[in-house]
Design a protein. Structure first.
Lengths: 72, 691
């Protein structure tokens, strides 16, 4: 995904403690999200979900599978 | 006999909400200066409490519970919130009412916690804060509709401008609050949770209740392992997994389904095409180039201010306490009591107060950065770098501030949510070369490089080298501790970047007041105690006659200095320097004055202060006639001061911030050992190389 593009959550990897919190924060299948930007050093990334802007590290963001919207 | 009135405790009202919802702003507005800050027993989570009066003048106890995203605890903060609400803590009374503060511009996620809290069955009020921001984002929220659906009062507010305050006060004085409508989980989950609830209830982990929110949040918490009741939790989890596979996932999605329904009914969403102000600001502040430029500019300003501006009031404080000591000296008869008062108590209180300018300045800046929302951006930019040694972006400001003084730096680690990362940050903070080391560095470099040899730039180079050495040590130890303290609570970093807003000066000032008070009352007492002990150690037993030098050499500290000579001899130090090391535990710069007292006495020129101390030190010689302060000794001494934790203030604040004596003692031990070994290596290494 490149900065500025949007998409929807396809699935979240199960069975990890980390993914539970991501779910609680609103990363649920079907939810729309937008990759706002990457940090100046590349990691973490800023994601907008449900009106909130959240920074996630790559290793955590990797748990979320996203279907990228065709036009961004 | 008249009846003694039964002491009925005033109702306890707890504020609950996500971080950045304006919960604390509301708490401040209601309680003002009546706030008290302490630690919850056994953990380092801060307990904030205050008193406020309702419409009828009745007093209410207000509790500002730590900000959290969920009752399924992932951090100590969240565990405290959950346990207080469930009445599971012995040091905190179970709240009679709960105020759920919700950020209206971010309704879904905020409702997640609110629904959990409402499900616990405590009478509650929901505050819809930041209605203005929601409006800007094109959200039209009907509080009435939410109120109908939830079953509890919903009050729209703008806590910053105090809009809605009156309605909240009226609601606070309402005697009977309705309970929230309880909603069942979907069938297979509801039945499975009922069984789990029975198990936990038998183990006395949750109270009897018609809803299973408490059960659900306990089962989803991941820090229970090892605590009593663990067996029941494990059994209940296994049961759930059997009866309803994927229950955790279903639990969250059922909550969000309900939230979706609430929002559909109560919110009208207008699409707003233009990016909002926050996004425009972030485009600059988080820009790959300008972001760095602005960050370094701001940090330089912050650092320069703490470093230089604080110097002025620190000078006043120094003079003020000196004057107070003289005033007492002039009015009291000579004797032990006078000395205790002037050199022990007054000097001790002075050594507490002297830290206040730096603490206040740093927390003023931090308050502004937090309140505007820029602090989260600093963490966002720095996270990658700090992540290299296992810290997170939030550790950056505390560590940077430690170059001015480790005490406010350590106090600033409160913003780091992960307890392990916070502890590591605290442990390595004293490795930043603070301003108190400067006098020692300047003196020793002055001895090492006489004025006629080497240019100014050599001296500057040495100075920078010392700062670099401390910094390398800081990252090295952070990395080591990160490896050693690895734990399963090594959780996800989710950092919220809240919308920018103008800082509320009142809130910033209140926080200053609160920090200053915490420091003076909770760390100040330890500092005062140690400084009186140190004063006694450098003054007793008193010789019958003689000057300051005799007094110091014959005191406990002086004798100790002689006793540790065999230990410090391999570093190239004599017993006088040993005394200096012991005395400078009060504060590093004391080393300079102690050296002055000890070595000026044998100065052939006699009169004090006529020649610079570095010249006198340079002339000192060993038994074999070689100079005492040769290059090897100077270097070894410099390296020692880079690493050693010669600071009782840091010790006291680490005790306060870790809530135990274990960590400050560990910190002292590892830093002193490192200092010793490093100085030993330098001295002996330089010897082998033939210097």
């Amino acid at each position: 995904m490149c900065a500025g593009s949007s998409g929807t959550v396809k699935s979240i990897q199960l069975d990890t403690d980390d993914s539970f919190r991501l779910r609680e924060m609103g990363f649920l299948p079907g939810v729309a999200l937008r990759l706002v930007r990457r940090a100046p050093l590349g990691d973490p990334i800023e994601v907008e979900v449900g009106g909130a802007h959240l920074a996630l590290r790559h290793k955590d963001a990797a748990l979320i599978q996203v279907k990228v919207a065709p036009d961004a | 006999m008249p009846d003694t009135p039964v002491a009925v405790h005033p109702p306890v009202i707890a504020f609950v909400g996500n971080p950045n919802t304006g919960k604390t702003t509301l708490f401040n507005a209601l309680t003002g200066l009546s706030q008290k800050v302490a630690n919850y027993a056994g953990v380092t989570v801060e307990k904030k409490e205050g008193i406020c009066h309702d419409q009828h003048g009745k007093s209410l106890r207000i509790l500002d519970l730590p900000g959290a995203y969920s009752l399924s605890a992932r951090t100590p903060d969240e565990a405290i919130l959950r346990d207080v609400l469930l009445g599971r803590r012995t040091d905190t009374i179970r709240p009679d009412r709960v105020i759920c503060v919700i950020d209206a511009s971010n309704l879904e996620r905020n409702l997640y916690l609110a629904l959990q809290v409402l499900g616990l069955g405590t009478p509650a009020i929901v505050v819809l804060n930041m209605m203005d921001i929601a409006e800007v984002r094109g959200l039209k929220i009907s509080a009435t509709c939410l109120q109908e659906q939830l079953g509890v009062p919903v009050i729209p507010m703008q806590a910053n401008s105090r809009k809605g305050m009156e309605r909240l006060r009226v609601a606070l004085s309402q005697v009977d609050l309705p309970l929230a409508k309880s909603v069942d989980y979907p069938p297979p989950l509801q039945d499975a949770l009922a069984k789990a609830h029975e198990l936990l209830n038998e183990a006395a982990l949750v109270p009897q209740s018609p809803t299973f929110t408490a059960t659900a949040s306990l089962l989803c918490s991941h820090e229970l392992d090892g605590s009593p009741g663990n067996a029941a939790v494990v059994a209940a989890r296994e049961g759930l997994e059997r009866d309803c596979p994927g229950w955790e996932e279903k639990l969250v999605s059922s909550q969000y389904n309900r939230i979706g329904e609430l929002v559909r009914n109560a919110v009208e969403q207008h699409v707003i095409g233009a990016p909002n102000a926050t996004e425009k600001i972030d485009a600059v502040l988080l820009h790959p180039f300008f972001g760095w430029l602005i960050l370094s500019g701001l940090m330089t300003a912050l650092f320069a201010t703490i470093f230089s501006v604080a110097d002025i009031p620190m000078g006043w404080i120094d003079e003020g306490f000196g004057w107070a000591a003289d005033w007492i000296k002039a009015r009291m008869a000579e004797g032990d009591l006078r000395d205790l008062l002037t050199d022990g108590v007054v000097a001790g209180v002075g050594s507490v107060v002297i830290f206040l300018p730096q603490i206040l300045l740093l927390f003023f800046f931090i308050g502004l950065l937090e309140d505007t929302g820029y602090m989260a951006r600093v963490a966002f930019i720095m996270d990658r770098l700090m992540g290299l040694v296992g810290l997170n972006g939030r550790a950056f400001i505390p560590l940077l501030s430690s170059y001015a003084c480790a005490i406010p730096g350590i106090m600033a680690t409160r913003t780091i949510a992960n307890p392990r990362e916070r502890l590591i940050t605290i442990l390595v903070a004293p490795l930043a070369s603070c301003s108190a080391r400067l006098p020692v560095y300047v003196m020793m470099i002055g001895v090492l490089l006489p004025d006629d040899s080497g240019s100014v730039w050599t001296k500057v180079g040495f100075m920078l080298g010392l700062y670099a050495l401390g910094t390398v040590g800081m990252f090295l130890f952070a990395w080591l501790f990160h490896r050693k303290l690895r734990s399963d609570s090594d959780s996800t970093m989710i950092l919220e970047l809240p919308p920018y807003k103008a800082p509320a000066l009142r809130a910033v000032l209140l926080r200053l007041w609160e920090r200053a008070r915490v420091f003076v009352t909770q760390a100040g007492t330890v500092i005062l105690m140690i400084s009186i002990l140190l004063w006694a150690a450098t003054s007793y037993p008193k010789p019958d006659a003689g000057d300051d030098t005799d007094r110091l050499t014959q005191s406990i500290a002086g004798q100790l200095g002689k006793q540790i000579e065999p230990i410090i001899e391999p570093l190239g130090y004599d017993w006088k320097m040993g005394i200096g090391l012991i005395a400078s535990f009060a504060a590093r710069e004391v080393f300079v004055s102690t050296m002055s007292i000890l070595y000026r006495a044998d100065d052939p020129d006699g009169e004090e202060g006529t020649r610079p101390l570095r010249t006198i030190l340079r002339e000192q010689s060993r038994a074999d006639g070689s100079p005492l302060f040769n290059g090897r000794t100077c270097l070894s001494m410099l390296v020692f001061y880079v690493f050693a934790m010669q600071c009782m203030g840091t010790l006291a604040i680490t005790r306060r911030e870790t809530n135990s004596w274990k960590w400050p003692l560990f910190q002292f031990a590892y830093l002193t050992l490192t200092a010793y070994l490093a100085a030993l290596t330098v001295y002996q290494g330089a010897g082998i190389l033939g210097y």
